[in-house]
Design a protein around this ligand. Structure first.
Ligand SMILES: [Fe+2]
Ligand SMILES: [Fe+2]
Length: 292
């Protein structure tokens, strides 16, 4: 039974990725930003998933595409990492709006440490503290459960991690009350989109919850089984060959019609998905557009 509304139509465009493609006019940067253009009752709305590590290449690419930053209606942050949140305040300043809705998990502003090559916080930077974001016009909507931010567009909230081959954690750490513990990136959230007469589409940042866990959850919260598109980073860059094989196999078994993966997906996983999924697999890159 459907648990999500429906859009008239929708399109996703990659504003930023680690890769910009052969003979591309667009800029690349380690990070991701995906634009969703959603048409509901004849009117178009624009939602941004993530804002890269700095806004400059996103604003540059948007200008080439003829999209103004002030035309964005809402931003969803997939998780705390700097390559997804670093451009936030700069982007908000460029948009020049007040009460700009920003959806994220309540833990997004925690510190997230990496100790290689040396101690550093790879979570939200000081320049993008909650205070700085609000000062720049952002209005944080912090939610850990699924939230339909407009009819047909749902933010997943925390994703249950049920597939045993998708181990949690990426070797980053959380320091709380003087104690150090592995940080499992519980704040990892994605977007689910449903267009009339189509299957669902899933837009991800890094998929730290596991891309198959995310698809399982997207199906459950939307009440739809057919998956037309999965697009984003799958974070398989340092995954074992076994996990990569199982992921590609699961995408095939789930019947996903199109898989567009890049950013932190890694070359081995891209190659395996290209092998297993054939032309259903497309490499992510700045400037790519997919009609849902
Ligand atoms: Fe990332
Ligand atoms: Fe990440």
């Amino acid at each position: 039974m459907a648990k999500i509304g429906e859009l008239d139509s929708a399109k996703v465009t990659v504003l930023l990725d680690d890769y910009a493609g052969y003979e591309s006019r667009f800029l690349a940067q380690h990070g991701i930003s995906i634009l969703l253009e959603a048409v509901y009752e004849g009117k178009q709305y624009r939602i941004l998933l993530d804002v890269g590590q700095s806004a400059y290449p996103i604003l540059h690419n948007m200008e080439l595409m003829g999209i103004s930053p002030s035309s964005i209606d809402a931003i969803v942050l997939s998780h705390c990492h700097y390559d997804h949140t670093g451009g936030l305040v700069e982007f908000l300043k460029a948009a020049g709006k007040r009460d700009f809705p920003i959806v994220a998990h309540p833990d997004i502003f925690r510190e997230n440490y990496a100790f290689r090559p040396i101690i550093q916080n790879i979570g939200v930077s000081q320049d993008n503290s909650r205070e700085a974001v609000e000062e720049a016009g952002g209005r944080m909507c912090l939610v850990w459960e699924p939230l339909e931010i407009m009819p047909g567009v749902m933010v997943t909230g925390e994703v249950p991690r049920r597939r045993d081959f998708e181990k949690p954690g990426i070797g980053t750490w959380n320091v709380k009350d003087g104690k150090v513990a592995p940080d499992e990136i519980v704040d990892d959230i994605s977007i689910v989109v449903k267009v009339k007469d189509k299957g669902i589409s899933v837009l991800t940042g890094c998929s730290h919850a596991g891309i198959i866990n995310i698809i399982d959850w997207a199906k459950e919260i939307s009440g739809h089984d057919r998956v037309d598109l999965v697009i984003g980073g799958f974070h398989l860059i340092r995954a074992s060959a076994q996990r990569i094989e199982k992921t590609a196999q699961a995408l095939l078994e789930l019947g996903v019609k199109k898989v567009v993966a890049g950013h932190c997906t890694g070359l081995s996983a891209q190659a395996e998905m290209a092998r297993v999924l054939g032309d259903k697999f497309v490499q992510l890159g700045a400037g790519i557009s997919v009609e849902l």
